[in-house]
Design a protein around this ligand. Structure first.
Ligand SMILES: C[S@@+](CC[C@H](N)C(=O)[O-])C[C@H]1O[C@@H](n2cnc3c(N)ncnc32)[C@H](O)[C@@H]1O
Length: 273
């Protein structure tokens, strides 16, 4: 049985501002996710599970890719996020979508059921990612695919350097850890796969870069505008540092010579033997 007291509240929260940020995030990273989905070669009729589906933007793509004979299950603990996907399915009169309004830890999943289990920006946030992954592997069919996109939280950088933002990766890693997560969990996944007889088909890093008015810098800008203050509340940074980081971001936003690099996202595909 799962002990609920060990499941920490999801650090980034579930609210309408975050929903809009996730929507923008989906647009900024869509090309990366689309080419990842192409590699998976999703077939009509597949049963897909989108874990921590958020507002369901990728689940919507799974519906198109698997067609009417497929089955798409969005598992998401945040009710307003799952409702976004429910509403999409209702207006499109989609009948082959399923909804699980729960954390994975508290969900009952059929074993050996799914052709594809997908997680984007989820596993680095959960408290016990090793067992989280094992539970998912049990519900994957033989021959089925597990696909993850998540951080190995390195590489984020803002040029010209010289301001407090130079140390931002450290603060964000502490923020993830404060929520019970592990900003490097992706790097453990090849070892878990080896032990669990999952063939590692893909393990590739992706980073995006852009200038002061690029969508990728705006993505980071919006994240820090929304979350720097939470880092202060958790005593990860001081009030003074919060103000200095904010100022650093603003001055880069006005500087046409700015170059921003995103943190590394790792694309991982494993196949159950
Ligand atoms: C950064 S969002 C990503 C949402 C979506 N996967 C996407 O790519 O747009 C992380 C999501 O994981 C969900 N989540 C957090 N902890 C979870 C858990 N223990 N089990 C399942 N989902 C969880 C959150 O509610 C949130 O919707």
């Amino acid at each position: 049985m799962t002990d609920n007291s060990e499941i920490k509240e999801y650090i980034l929260g579930v609210n309408s501002t975050e929903l809009r940020r996730l929507e923008f995030q989906h647009d900024v990273w869509k090309e990366v996710t689309d080419s990842f989905l192409n590699k998976i070669n999703i077939q009509k009729g597949w049963k897909c599970l989108d874990v921590g589906a958020g507002p369901g933007f990728v689940s919507m793509q799974f519906l198109d890719l698997t067609g009417e004979t497929g089955e798409v299950t969005a598992l998401e603990p945040g009710k307003i996020y799952l409702d976004n996907f429910r509403e999409y399915c209702r207006t499109k009169k989609i009948e082959n979508a399923k909804f699980i309004n729960s954390s994975l830890e508290n969900a009952e999943l059929e074993e050996n059921h799914y052709d594809l289990i997908f997680l984007r920006w989820v596993i680095d946030f959960v408290s016990d990612p090793g067992n989280f992954l094992l539970k998912l592997l049990r519900s994957l069919k033989k021959g089925g695919v597990i696909a993850l996109q998540d951080y190995a939280y390195e590489g984020i950088a803002l040029f010209p350097k010289g301001g407090p933002f130079d140390n931002i990766a450290d603060y964000v890693r502490k923020y993830w850890i404060a929520g019970g997560g592990d900003p490097y969990f992706t790097t453990n996944i090849p070892a878990v796969f080896r032990k669990e007889n999952i063939e590692l088909m893909e393990f590739s890093p992706v980073s995006l870069a852009g200038d002061n008015r690029s969508n990728i810098f705006r993505w980071a800008y919006l994240f820090f505008k929304g979350h720097l203050h939470s880092m202060t509340e958790l005593n990860i940074i001081s009030k003074e540092l919060e103000a200095a980081l904010d100022q650093d971001l603003e001055s880069h936003y006005e500087n046409p010579d700015t170059v921003f690099f995103s943190p590394v996202i790792v694309n991982i595909i494993g196949k159950k033997k």
